[in-house]
Ligand binder design. Sequence first.
Ligand code: PGA
Length: 254
Amino acid sequence: MRKKIIAGNWKMHLNKAEAIELVESVLVGSKDLDLDENKIVVFSPSFVYLDTIVSKIASLSNVFVAAQNCSEYEQGAYTGEVAAKMLQNVGVQFVIVGHSERRQYFNETNIVLHQKMKQAFVHKLQPIFCCGEPLEIRENQEHFLFIQQQLENCLFLLSEEELLQTVIAYEPIWAIGTGKTATPEQAQEVHHFIRKCIAENYNATIADQISILYGGSVNAQNAAQLFSQADIDGGLVGGASLKAQDFRTIILSI
Ligand code: PGA
């Protein structure tokens, strides 16, 4: 059975007190959130608060912390970078790799993303690998080919064991931070396609075990419909993850 995952990507927002308060407010009465080993919550704060948030959730099961990025290098003279080894050392369990903002603004290529994922595996972190098409590609009906290439040039270079440790997030770029969500049908169509590609490149059993999250303007109103789709196993949530009540509603929608 594949896991249901709700991950909050806080991007470059919040100060330390706000970050702590957000986690506390989301998890207040955490029993009501009905989490178990197959339904988990992930918080992804900025690097500087990782340690603090890891401590905050330390006593809770089924709640984890993700970094938003990691270096493709093991260690060394790379000023400003954060190694996967360091993330593991402070108790982080997941790392987002290949978010469209990193691909776009920091020129992260598939080759670099593949190296980052390799670093993640060496240090026992689970990557949340993001893929998704820009608006022009969607308008030209080329999104399946575009996503297939993102998968083939990066994700499908992984071994079976590595892939099984990976979470995929489909995030159409035109839906990120824009308030324009993909319809549940549009999202399901792509998730189904991604699972089919995994089945073709690995096998159907593996494809069935990989959690594929949807990201792009998920909110408290649209989450339940998106999550009701057969191949949507949760969400990577940006803006709405910064509002405790909305994020709680999203967690409860799955
Ligand atoms: P959004 O961001 O929910 O604010 O659209 C999602 C993401 O970028 O992961």
